[in-house]
Design a binder for this molecule. Structure first.
Ligand code: IVH
Length: 670
């Protein structure tokens, strides 16, 4: 029994450490805040009940850290605590009771909205903004003063007033919903990755290295608390009102109440009206108003006893399942998609939800016409999270996964250990063929913009293009006679196809659509093997020598080039003049390291000396070979020299493991 408990505690710690990293460092959370809070609570409870397994470095022992090495850090004048969360009204009643037991019944609560952004502490001296820090680990945070100064609703200089000489304003930086939507539209139009939600957009913006860029982002801020050794009054509420007079944007929705009932009323009102707000909130914060009473109630290690956050349930809606479609993708994988009775969820009408795969359908126990609950997490496509079984129709049948391809009727196959069902008819299954054609022309592949998806479908239906090499046989006269395509678009298409002959080899390799050979893998293979014949002839052992290429990828490459039809395809592409050889130039993959001077030391398991230097450059960094004040980041491998480490420590240089380095440069790969 104890063993099992210990194992669960360890598992939770490890998971939470990883999620913290995803959230704070990589700005790329993969679970919802609620899921995170639930894991944290489970761990807190288990640790409380089993103190023999306590650990000073458990994720429960710290508030979380969003420190980013590219900013200077500074100490908070007043440590930043977090709030205890409540998920039910019962927990609020407990809070109310604890407060009353400690300080009696003469209390006033202040109810505020809980803004879903990121928190900021701004220090003022003699009416001037001097510094703005993120929460960081609660004790020190990133100095983002230059970026914060770009937010127009935050005063740089205060209007006359009775403000203390030295004080700190705390608040939440956020991005209004409509401005977020617009910004995402622009990003999409420019081929940039959209942000998942306004919170991520605000966080990503505040951590930009260039304040000019930050100024273009539509950030805003509510300042909801005041800290100083000389506060003007003894009431949180009155202090905030004072701050308003000095020029701060304080919360517009804020109420003073004297009972739990009125707190609940405020919660109900804003839970139902939150859609009307122009920004996201994820709950309500309740604070004891009187500062002396606050002091009497005191603090726990992580949060004050005088405040609590009531968290709303994530937005969800109930609707009816109308039918399930099965879509066949480029690689033959069959994905089930639920068609739903249209329903409003978080401001948009939802008609479809992904069901992912057969296992998920089975785990949900989904029946035809079921009433389902859908939820929008961080991601854009909603998912079905549960079923209201009480509303199930009598005699309704379970949703069954199909056994044959809906497009070509071939029996589906499922590989050992995989959850996806696949149509094996690569050669003749229409959506697989058009999927490959569309992939070939995509922006990151051959970038033939003049060929839209519909035109490709048309060319395929008309029998003009059946494989990627056929594109290069097209003539303007063949195209211009097709439905809705005149001379002009025919010429555009032909010149687009012609231009694609200049596309570098690594993108041609990616465009071939070999299973498991994504953009990055294509690049490393080309860098290592140079040209198409070397790749086609490379045995398994040679392929797996390449960094990032495992046996599965190697096998997939070999299978692809063993097929006579693919060999013929390559011969034809060569004849048409596509690039089949690397130019040997350094390919810049991203600018994530942003000019940082990076030193790698010790033995690394994924890189040789030369490879790590090249990789640093490919991600926009500068490789350096000795530790100095100028060094921004150190990747520490095995048996690194103690003197280098010592020097790095004394200069406060951020040190990371090889694993962490990989996570930074390839956050989406495991
Ligand atoms: S008061 C000691 N008021 O929620 C407590 N926090 O979970 C100081 N937040 O880090 C926080 N809206 O980023 C407070 N009206 C509000 C808030 C609020 C959002 C955030 C804040 C804090 C987190 C705590």
């Amino acid at each position: 029994m104890k063993n099992k408990l210990e194992a669960r505690i360890m598992e939770l710690r490890q998971e939470l450490h990883q999620h913290n990293h995803n959230y704070y460092i990589l700005n790329n959370p993969i679970i919802s805040d609620l899921q995170f809070d639930m894991l944290m609570r489970e761990l807190e409870l288990l640790e409380k009940e089993n103190p023999e397994f306590s650990d000073p470095n458990s994720p429960t022992q710290r508030v979380g850290s969003d420190i980013n090495q590219q900013f200077e850090q500074a100490q908070h004048k007043y440590p930043r605590l977090s709030l205890t969360n409540a998920y039910s009204e019962g927990e609020l009643a407990d809070f109310d009771q604890r407060v009353r037991q400690a300080i009696g019944n003469n209390i006033a609560y202040i109810c505020e909205l809980k803004y879903d952004g990121l928190s900021i502490s701004i220090q003022y001296e003699n009416g001037q903004m001097v510094r703005a820090l993120t929460r960081g680990d609660g004790v020190k945070g990133d100095d983002v003063t230059q970026n914060v100064k770009t937010i127009r609703t935050i005063p740089l200089t205060l209007i006359e007033g009775d403000f203390p000489n030295v004080f700190e304003m705390r608040g939440e930086i956020f991005m209004p919903r409509d401005k977020f939507a617009k910004m995402n539209e622009n990003r999409l139009a420019q081929g940039e990755k959209p942000f998942a939600n306004p919170r991520n957009a605000a966080a990503g913006s505040l951590k930009l290295q260039n304040a000019k860029e930050v100024a273009k982002r539509p950030l805003d801020c509510f300042l909801y608390s005041l800290s100083s050794d000389n506060l003007p009054t003894n009431s949180h509420f009155q202090n905030i009102q004072k701050a308003k007079v000095w020029g701060f944007q304080i919360p517009k929705i804020i109420t003073k109440v004297d009972s739990l009932e009125k707190v609940l009323e405020f919660i109900h009102t804003w839970d139902s009206k939150r859609e009307e707000l122009s920004y996201d909130i994820d709950g309500i914060v309740i604070k004891v108003d009187n500062l002396e009473q606050q002091e009497e109630l005191g603090l726990t290690a992580k949060s004050p006893r005088w405040a609590i956050a009531y968290k709303f349930k994530p937005e969800s809606a109930a609707t009816k399942l109308l039918s399930v479609d099965f879509q066949v993708g480029r690689t033959g994988v069959v994905t089930p998609v639920a068609n739903l009775e249209p329903v409003l969820l978080a401001g948009t009408t939802v008609k479809r939800a992904s069901l992912h795969n057969a296992d998920i359908i089975e785990a949900l126990g989904l029946h035809q016409h079921d009433t389902v609950f859908i939820e929008k997490g961080g991601e854009i496509i909603p998912k079905i999270v549960g079923i209201d079984k009480t509303l199930r129709l009598e005699n309704s049948e379970p949703v069954k996964f199909i056994t044959h391809c809906p497009e070509c009727q071939t029996p589906l196959e499922r590989r050992e250990g995989e959850s996806a069902w696949v149509c094996p008819n690569e050669e003749h299954c229409p959506p697989q063929i058009t999927g490959r054609l569309i992939h070939f022309t995509a922006r990151k592949a051959m970038n033939i913009e003049s060929l839209g998806d519909e035109t490709i479908q048309l060319l395929f239906r008309e029998g003009l293009v059946r494989n990627i090499a056929d594109f290069y046989t097209l003539t303007t006269s063949q195209i211009s006679t097709l439905e809705r395509l005149g001379d002009k678009s025919a010429q555009n298409i032909i010149s687009g196809i012609e231009l694609s002959k200049q596309i570098p080899f690594e993108r041609v390799l990616f465009a071939l659509g070999i299973k498991h050979v994504g953009e990055t893998v294509a690049k490393v293979i080309v860098r290592s093997l140079g040209n198409i014949s070397n790749i086609m002839e490379a045995p398994q052992e040679r392929l797996t020598e390449i960094q990032d290429v495992g046996p599965q990828i190697a096998q997939s490459i070999i299978t692809f080039f063993t097929k006579p039809e693919n060999k013929e395809l390559i011969d034809r592409l060569k004849e048409f003049g596509l690039q089949m050889e690397s130019t040997g130039q350094l390919i810049v993959e991203s600018n994530i390291l942003n000019g940082m001077r990076v030193l790698a030391t010790g033995k690394l398991s994924n890189f040789s000396r030369d490879e790590i230097k090249e990789t640093i450059e490919q991600f926009g960094g500068k490789p350096v070979s000795s530790v100095s004040k100028q060094t921004d980041l150190m990747v520490v491998g095995e048996n690194a020299g103690e003197s280098k480490l010592e020097k790095a420590r004394s200069l406060n240089i951020k040190m990371i493991t090889e694993e962490e380095f990989l996570q930074i440069i390839r956050p989406n790969e495991k």
